[in-house]
Ligand binder design. Structure first.
Ligand code: PGA
Length: 244
């Protein structure tokens, strides 16, 4: 298990130039002298360059929310992994349930994107998780096993890849699985990983906020959090980083 936790902010399709400047300035101020958890900001693509400039000299790293499986060419609207690396991203989120749902991304496409990301020198946060809150543990594990075995590229290892367990029903809903479920799924994920990924970080994501972060982050096998809504409020996000 990783000793330093990773707290990643997924801004999703939120933010404008001015609001992002204000948010990042507040985070920078709040993190002056910070020595604990690793911190990653994943703003939407149009804000990446400005956030890259603003976080220079801070502990924060920059990530994107998706990348193409291709490097260059006639692919209107797409953004490639080498482009993201070029503007200062260290990481890219892949396989988020919103990409799977609204862009019909499947595990094999996600594995292609992961290969492209690794080739460009990016780290990947691969999101997995069940849609339905009512599944039993065997059903849940079967879904996660497929997402991992088909979604992980052969290039994945414990240094360049992080898994995020994000039950889809917990995202943005205010609902969180029981502590027992989180512990069990994180332990199960560890058993599914190939030898090259032994010891890789496994994050929890889905309605993590300033109030519940401490109790989630102390659970066995939880190496950090992928935070959506609460990462858009500087005070809340700083609290989550502090309790990590
Ligand atoms: P949430 O989103 O924290 O708003 O639930 C998490 C995510 O989708 O990564």
């Amino acid at each position: 298990m990783a000793t330093v936790k990773l707290i990643a902010a997924n801004w999703k399709m939120n933010g404008r130039v001015g609001a992002a400047k204000t948010l990042v300035a507040a985070l920078k101020k709040g993190l002056a002298g910070h020595k604990g958890a690793a911190v990653l900001l994943c703003p939407p693509s149009p804000l990446l360059s400005q956030v890259a400039e603003q976080i220079k000299g801070s502990v924060m790293e920059l990530g994107a929310q998706d990348c193409s499986q291709r490097n260059d060419g006639a692919y209107t609207g797409d953004v490639s992994a080498p482009m993201l690396r070029d503007i200062g991203c260290s990481t890219v989120i892949l396989g988020h349930s919103e990409r799977r749902a609204y862009h019909r991304e499947d595990d094999s496409l996600i594995a292609c994107k992961m290969r492209a990301a690794h080739r460009a020198g990016l780290k990947v946060i691969l999101c997995v998780g069940e849609k339905d809150a009512g599944l039993d543990s065997a059903q849940r594990e079967a879904i996660i096993k497929i997402q991992l075995s088909n979604g992980l590229a052969a290039s994945a290892n414990a240094t360049n890849t992080v898994i995020a367990y994000e039950p889809v029903w917990a995202i943005g809903s205010g609902l969180v699985p029981t502590a027992e479920q989180i512990i069990a799924v994180h332990a199960y994920i560890a058993t599914c990983l190939p030898p090259s990924m032994k010891g890789a970080r496994v994050l929890y994501g889905g309605s993590v906020n300033a109030k519940n972060a401490a109790s989630i982050l102390k659970l066995s096998g939880v190496d950090g959090a992928l935070v959506g809504g609460a990462s858009l409020k500087a005070d809340d996000f700083l609290t989550i980083i502090a309790v990590a």
